[in-house]
Design a protein around this ligand. Structure first.
Ligand code: SAM
Length: 283
């Protein structure tokens, strides 16, 4: 008799505090025939902590497409495979998309085992609107690329959530101020669920000042959240805002607002006010 297919379990693991692992995640890892991990040594430490001795397979960005075939074969032969990443939910700025997609196409059932995820953990404690939000993953490493990445986000998406590194955060804050204006409300969530967990609220400049007050604050893992466009701005179309931002990089506020008004057939005044918000200048 043919053996029933096994399953692929997508298992979330802690983002810092090991107590955040769910009972269901522990049970799933215990009963899995294989654990596909981004970094087998890193996951080995978690498994050791949980006293689980399963066979591990390395699955990372560079081998995922090829590894997927052998994982699917295992599932089709009746074995259960659990996919984990170094921290949090697999596939969220982590490997696994290609594997899950290929499992779906091959008819292998994919079962999610939910748990920690840095972006949701950060958002639920930030006090920023949660009805609509837009996750852009990791910010790009170079300043100009990063500014373009941020400027491409339409105004109506709600709170914007980004992953960033300690090394780049101060440059990122400068770019955020350039693109969204010096007055935009931001929240930086650091070291979530860990000993030095901290959420800092303020403008780009205020958060930079806080970071600079102690070199240790520029270390650790972080999620940056950008509050949605203030109400008055949302009446100005995304296209007009994008034009205004581009022109402001080259022209004084008045001129940039006037040209944008002409291109988009709008009144100058609202654009002028928005331009002041973007640049942090006063009237
Ligand atoms: N899959 C993970 C998840 O579910 O959130 C994200 C993995 S991604 C490679 C790692 C990034 O997530 C870090 O650079 C940081 O931006 C964010 N992150 C992970 N753990 C965090 C924590 N404890 N506190 C703040 N940010 C964290």
């Amino acid at each position: 008799m043919a053996k029933d297919n096994g399953f692929l379990y997508v298992v979330a693991t802690p983002i810092g505090n090991l107590d955040d692992i769910s009972q269901r995640a522990i049970d799933t890892l215990k009963q899995a025939d294989w654990i596909a991990a981004e970094d087998t040594r890193h996951t080995g430490r978690l498994l050791q902590h949980l006293a689980i001795s399963a066979k591990t397979i390395a699955l990372h960005d560079h081998n995922e497409k090829q590894r997927a075939a052998s994982i699917i074969q295992k599932c089709q032969a009746g074995e259960n495979v659990a996919l984990v990443s170094d921290a949090g939910t697999p596939l969220i700025s982590d490997p696994g998309y290609s594997l899950v997609r290929q499992c779906r196409e091959a008819g292998v059932r994919v079962i999610p085992i939910p748990g920690p995820c840095a972006l949701i953990t950060a958002l639920c404690a930030a006090g920023l609107p949660t009805d609509k939000f837009h996750f852009i993953g990791f910010l790009l490493p170079k300043s100009q690329q990063r500014q373009n990445q941020l400027a491409d986000v339409p105004a109506a998406v709600g709170t914007i959530i980004c992953y960033d590194t300690a090394r780049r955060i101060k440059d990122t804050l400068q770019d955020v101020a350039l693109v969204f204006g010096a007055e935009r409300e931001l929240v930086l969530a650091k070291e979530l669920t860990k000993t030095f967990e901290h959420l800092e609220y303020g403008t780009a400049e205020q958060i930079t000042t806080w970071l600079e007050a102690d070199p240790q604050r520029c270390q650790g893992e972080m999620v940056l959240m950008i509050a949605p466009t203030p109400k008055a701005d949302s009446e100005i179309s995304d296209a007009a805002q994008a034009t205004l931002k581009l022109l402001l990089a080259e022209l004084p506020v008045k001129k940039a607002a006037a040209i944008t008004a002409e291109i988009h057939g709008m009144k100058k005044n609202a654009l002028y006010k928005l331009a002041l918000q973007f640049t942090g200048e006063s009237e």
